[in-house]
Design a protein around this ligand. Structure first.
Ligand SMILES: C[S@@+](CC[C@H](N)C(=O)[O-])C[C@H]1O[C@@H](n2cnc3c(N)ncnc32)[C@H](O)[C@@H]1O
Ligand code: SF4
Length: 367
């Protein structure tokens, strides 16, 4: 084993908790940012051997990485191993000219900005702090600081969002000319305030979502973006590959190390997930111990099945070498017969129709 070439770093702090979110987040605790960065660097030290000498990608996700006290965020970035692509997730209301320049100066090559929507009334439903002008201002700060790889996150299926609202959101996002866009269908995550308040409404509107998804794909493809993964789109540039190289590593089944609370790592056939509790994480690392973890063996068929599920989300055919045993021949014949997948001697790919149906098709294909 030569070590993982992809590193995920979880920064959990947020100014407040948005009702629809079930990521591992910590509200408040401003006094802990320094101790948390110390703990991350200690965990990295303990896991150093899991990483290759040269990294391809580093991804700082959250939570709200850009809510972390700026000197601590910069100290972390400067201490992390260098990589070709270094992404930081950002919330619009946290982005100032100073932050944008500091990230750029600390080697960040790509930012992923959580816009979600440009309609103030829909942002209120999501309980977002930022308004549409905060998103625009943030993009301008990043451009002024020299960023030439900006991604925007949008969600669709927000209660009360009409098809015209969605078209307007896509238009507002495209006007900012991002290199990359992620468009997610809003999910009712079990146990969240949002699901309690809006779960029934989301269930009622579920049938409309296929149409919304098709609108997203049509509009962004029409604007020249490549629909390279179910929910992800990038501009086509002959000089650069603008897909998220970090997320591509997950979809291609590569090894990765994740550090921080709630972070997942997959190395060979071993997968572990750090416990989500901040206090215990800080305590363990201060004592030089690895944090509490859940371990999973992903040997046998587990990885092959994941490889099929994730690989078929991409627009490039999935090489079948080593994966044939994970497929159900009868299911494959059915799906091919319906025109939802296409097979060559060595590869399998979903057709456009198959990609719209996504997970349902993949479930048919698995042995
Ligand atoms: C780690 S999250 C949050 C990043 C950042 N803190 C923010 O709020 O913009 C990354 C993205 O996941 C998406 N997301 C979060 N919760 C979701 C949900 N319940 N359903 C669909 N997408 C969700 C949002 O688009 C969000 O920008
Ligand atoms: S959506 Fe983003 S800002 Fe809101 S609680 Fe989740 S991670 Fe924090």
């Amino acid at each position: 084993m030569n070590g993982a070439r992809h590193l995920y770093v979880h920064l959990p702090f947020c100014a407040h908790r948005c009702g629809y979110c079930d990521f591992v987040t910590v509200v408040g605790q401003a006094g802990q940012h320094r101790a948390y960065v110390d703990a991350l660097l200690l965990e990295l030290e303990l896991e150093r051997d899991a990483l290759a000498d040269g990294l391809e990608t580093v991804f700082l996700g959250g939570g709200t990485p850009t809510f972390t006290a700026l000197p601590e965020l910069v100290r972390l970035l400067e201490a992390l191993p260098a990589a070709e692509e270094v992404t930081v997730e950002a919330n619009p209301e946290t982005v100032t000219a100073e932050l944008a320049h500091a990230l750029r100066g600390a080697g960040v090559t790509r930012v992923s900005l959580g816009a979600q929507s440009f309609r103030p009334e829909l942002l209120r439903v999501l309980e977002r702090v930022a308004g549409p002008d905060d998103v625009r201002r943030a993009v301008h700060h990043f451009r002024d600081a020299g960023f030439d790889n900006i991604s925007l996150d949008l969600v669709y299926g927000i209660p009360g969002q009409s098809a015209a609202d969605l078209e307007a959101d896509l238009g507002d996002a495209l006007a900012l000319e991002p290199e990359h866009l992620s468009c997610y269908e809003l999910e009712a995550k079990p146990g969240t305030r949002f699901t309690h308040a809006w779960g029934e409404e989301l269930a009622r509107q579920a049938d409309a979502m296929e149409d919304y998804f098709e609108r997203v794909v049509a509009r962004l493809s029409g604007a020249g973006y490549r629909w390279y993964e179910t929910a992800n789109f990038c501009r086509v540039d002959s000089a650069r590959d603008l897909r998220s190289q970090h997320n591509l590593a997950y979809w291609l089944g590569r090894d990765y190390l994740g550090i921080g609370i709630g972070a997942v790592s997959t190395i060979d056939t071993r997968r572990w997930r750090n416990a989500p509790r901040l206090g215990r994480y800080l305590e363990a690392l201060a004592a030089g111990r690895v944090p509490e973890r859940e371990l999973e063996d992903v040997g046998g068929d587990v990885k092959a099945r994941e490889r099929v599920m994730l690989g078929l989300r991409l627009d490039e055919p999935l090489p079948l070498d080593g994966l044939r045993h994970a497929l159900d021949p009868a299911g494959l014949a059915r799906v091919e017969g319906l025109g939802l997948a296409e097979r060559s001697a060595e590869t399998l790919a979903l057709t456009e129709r198959g990609r719209y149906l996504g997970g349902a098709v993949t479930a048919e294909l698995l042995a």
